[in-house]
Ligand binder design. Structure first.
Ligand SMILES: C[S@@+](CC[C@H](N)C(=O)[O-])C[C@H]1O[C@@H](n2cnc3c(N)ncnc32)[C@H](O)[C@@H]1O
Length: 502
């Protein structure tokens, strides 16, 4: 007799799983994926030998993701789409700028170290190896090139090590490279041994801070971290970006996919130097890296996924929308508010909610606490609750421009650009000096193909930021200072004085 399958999880149980996945893997999921995820979870649990979903979740919670108990779950969560020589603009940037720069800088040691972080089934690191071999033609044997290739998905790594691919993987590959670096087996193509030998595959979860960085992940010349951050929540993106930056040599390169450009920023450490290819460089103190002019970096915006079945998060009670008004002047925040803000800055959103929920209903900073809670919820991907909290904050204080701004961010994430624009305008009406409202309107105008309007909002944002203390945190952001915004916009001088953390 076969063991009974677990029941499909309800909203609340599914939310618990999704929070666990966000925490352990960084991945978050759009609303439309929930029904399929719920069904797939049942299958994953049953294939792993569990008949009770709660027990399955508890086991996952206490187990690192490279343990077999996670295998089926990773299988249903990950998106493994990849192919050889993916993204023409990035391949050109690698061929024309990045690899020649690395070879020039390493011409004495003749040692090159690269990392494909999130390599899926291996097409990306093998493409990199081939691009290097092409550039080293004639002198390749004198060079020591090593490419580390990691992924959380161990089954994908098995395919990668075998190095045998279907024709579909070569949909963007020039025929001449196929002939030069692969051996044909019927319909399949196998990477030649000299290419295989350059790449070292190993399992690694980018979100696991307890796991030491894989061997060879220090002093790197180039990291490809492409098409992973698009599935991550903002806190995870910042964490991984920081980790990767730490693994780069000075002057080293980091390439993300163009869709991911601007989704993180690192204290003037990494500069986007080839914006069309989403190529960043690590600051080299001896040779300062110029920042790319012109593009407003995206301020990390909430990623959106599941609504929670619980009407209010822990620590919050319904009925908090009392009509409290701010007293004249800004009263000092209560300790719970400061603790909440501290957790928010550290990306500990659940904890932030608990602390902010302790801000007394009668306290004049209660409305602000509701607004910050909305920001925490949005960062957790709980956008319906985030919207609800924006509404509560505005109910408590209709003049709270920050709540309008956060509402705009949530709407932007839902693709409601027109509504978001209205919110941003309202935020500016309430607070004409709202730097990030102008900044976000600049981004929206650029996306709508209105360069003059974009330039006007951008200049207004920068002018306002220049008039602030560089270390001042900007309204509506977590830990983004005026100085850092100016640095992101290419005004590096200001960043030197800015202080502050990401
Ligand atoms: C869409 S593929 C990208 C493949 C390749 N970089 C490219 O751009 O073609 C994303 C990969 O990220 C991996 N991934 C997702 N979360 C991860 C994590 N926390 N640590 C390591 N790899 C992860 C997935 O398993 C998947 O193979």
């Amino acid at each position: 007799m076969t063991a009974p399958e677990p029941r499909v999880p309800g909203d609340r149980e599914l939310n618990r799983f999704l929070e666990l996945f966000a925490e352990k893997t960084g991945m978050v999921f759009p609303e439309r994926k929930r029904p399929k995820l719920a069904r797939d979870l049942v299958l994953a649990a049953s294939k792993t030998g569990f008949t009770d979903l709660a027990a399955f979740r508890e086991t996952l919670e206490g187990t690192p993701t490279d343990h077999p108990v996670w295998t089926e779950v990773i299988e249903i969560l990950r998106v493994g789409e990849t192919y050889f020589f993916r993204d023409d603009s990035q391949i050109s940037a690698l061929t024309e700028h990045v690899i020649p720069d690395i070879l020039e800088r390493r011409k004495n040691s003749r040692q090159v170290r690269l990392w494909s972080a999130g390599c899926a089934t291996g097409e990306e690191p093998y493409s990199l190896a081939i691009l290097l071999l092409e550039q080293l033609a004639g002198s390749g044997e004198d060079w020591d090139v090593s490419i580390l290739a990691t992924d959380i998905h161990s089954r994908g790594l098995e395919t990668a090590r075998q190095g045998r691919f279907r024709k579909w993987s070569f949909r963007n590959a020039p025929e001449r490279l196929l002939n030069r670096y692969f051996v044909r087996h019927g319909e399949d193509f196998e990477v030649q041994d000299r290419v295989k030998q350059m790449v070292h595959f190993t399992s690694f979860n980018m979100m696991d801070d307890r796991q030491p960085a894989p061997a060879g992940a220090m002093g790197l010349d180039l990291i490809l971290w492409r098409n992973m951050a698009i599935y991550f929540h903002p806190g995870a993106i910042s964490r991984v970006a920081r980790r990767l930056s730490g693994s780069l040599a000075r002057g080293g390169w980091l390439l993300v996919s163009p869709a991911e450009a601007g989704s993180f920023s690192l204290d003037g450490e990494l500069h986007c130097v080839l914006p069309e290819a989403a190529a960043y460089r690590k600051e080299d103190l001896e040779e300062p890296v110029p920042a790319a002019p012109g593009i407003p970096p995206r301020i990390p915006v909430p990623v959106l996924h599941s609504p929670s079945a619980e009407p209010f998060p822990n620590g919050w009670e319904p009925g908090s929308a009392s009509k409290e008004k701010e007293a004249a002047g800004t009263p000092p925040p209560p300790p719970a508010f400061d603790q909440g803000l501290d957790r928010l800055r550290k990306g500990l959103y659940e904890e932030a909610l608990t602390h902010l929920g302790r801000v007394d209903k009668g306290h004049p900073r209660r409305a602000e606490a509701l607004g910050k809670a909305a920001l925490a919820l949005a960062n957790l991907g709980r956008h319906q609750e985030a919207e609800k909290f924006c509404a509560l904050a505005l109910d408590a204080d209709p003049l709270l421009s920050e709540a309008r701004y956060i509402q705009a961010l949530v709407r932007l994430e839902q693709g409601l650009d027109a509504e978001a624009r209205e919110d941003l305008k309202k935020a500016l009406y309430l607070n004409p000096k709202f730097v990030l409202a102008h900044w976000t309107l600049a981004d929206l105008a650029r996306r709508r193909g209105l360069p003059e309007e974009a330039a006007r909002h951008r200049e207004l944002a920068l002018d306002l930021a220049r008039n602030l203390d560089p270390g001042q945190e900007l309204c509506g952001a977590v830990s983004l200072t005026a100085g850092r915004l100016l640095a992101l916009a290419g005004e590096n001088g200001s960043w030197a004085k800015a202080g502050g953390t990401a």
